[in-house]
Design a protein. Structure first.
Length: 217
């Protein structure tokens, strides 16, 4: 039986981190004299890295960001990574079962240190080998560039056609397209809203809960 690699996005796919990200972004906005933004609004800005998130938040708030906005966000967010962030329901059980079928990996645009701290703090790190966790500040360009996916595929000794990226956003879909892998989108994730459904292709599935992965992969 050919081994299948399953690569997971983090925010909006394995974990619900929207409130901690929102609280951190709003703290920076408030420090700058701007009004806070709703959680749903900031959730739709997640996925392209912290710098893009902050830039979008300040545009939405109608303010120019101060020079230290990104540094302040990272400082604040690193203090509250796990205040409200939790795995989505059944994620630990799903990872346990999938890990018995083949290798698992994480590919996120979140900084690697924060990613490792969250995975460890939520007891999810045990499902991923050390080299199979790629963050957005490492040696590879951020998603949707396929380099991180290609590295994970080579490390697992599999082929793109036996690899699936599980994510929740257009960025994840584009990454899978660029890497010629299958893709499965999490409708429950906060990055899914506004996804252009007319762009769905034959290498895509959509799930309504993490447990659905057990039936489609």
């Amino acid at each position: 039986m050919t081994s299948r690699l399953i690569v997971f996005d983090l925010d909006g796919t394995l974990i619900d981190s929207r409130r901690d990200i929102t609280d951190s972004a709003n703290a920076v906005l408030l420090e700058s004299g701007a009004d806070p933004l709703p959680e749903e609004t900031i959730g739709r800005m997640v996925g392209d890295g912290a710098a893009r998130l902050l830039a979008r938040a300040f545009v939405a708030a109608g303010r120019e960001p101060p020079p230290n906005a990104l540094d302040r966000f990272i400082e604040i967010y690193n203090r509250r990574l796990l205040e409200h962030t939790r795995p989505y329901p059944q994620v630990p059980q799903v990872l346990h079962e999938l890990s018995e079928r083949g290798p698992l990996a994480v590919l996120t645009n979140k900084p690697l240190d924060a990613t490792r701290r969250i995975l460890a703090g939520l007891n999810l790190a045990r499902y991923f080998s050390y080299d199979a966790v790629i963050g957005g500040d490492g040696p590879f360009p951020r998603k949707p560039d396929p380099a991180g996916m290609q590295y994970l595929i080579a490390g697992a000794g599999v082929e793109p056609q036996t690899t699936t990226l599980v994510g929740d956003s257009l960025i994840d879909w584009s990454t899978a397209q660029n890497a010629s892998t299958h893709v499965c989108l999490a409708r429950y994730g906060f990055g899914f809203e506004g996804f252009p459904l007319d762009r769905l292709g034959d290498r895509l599935c959509v799930i309504d809960s993490p447990a659905d992965l057990l039936g489609v992969l």
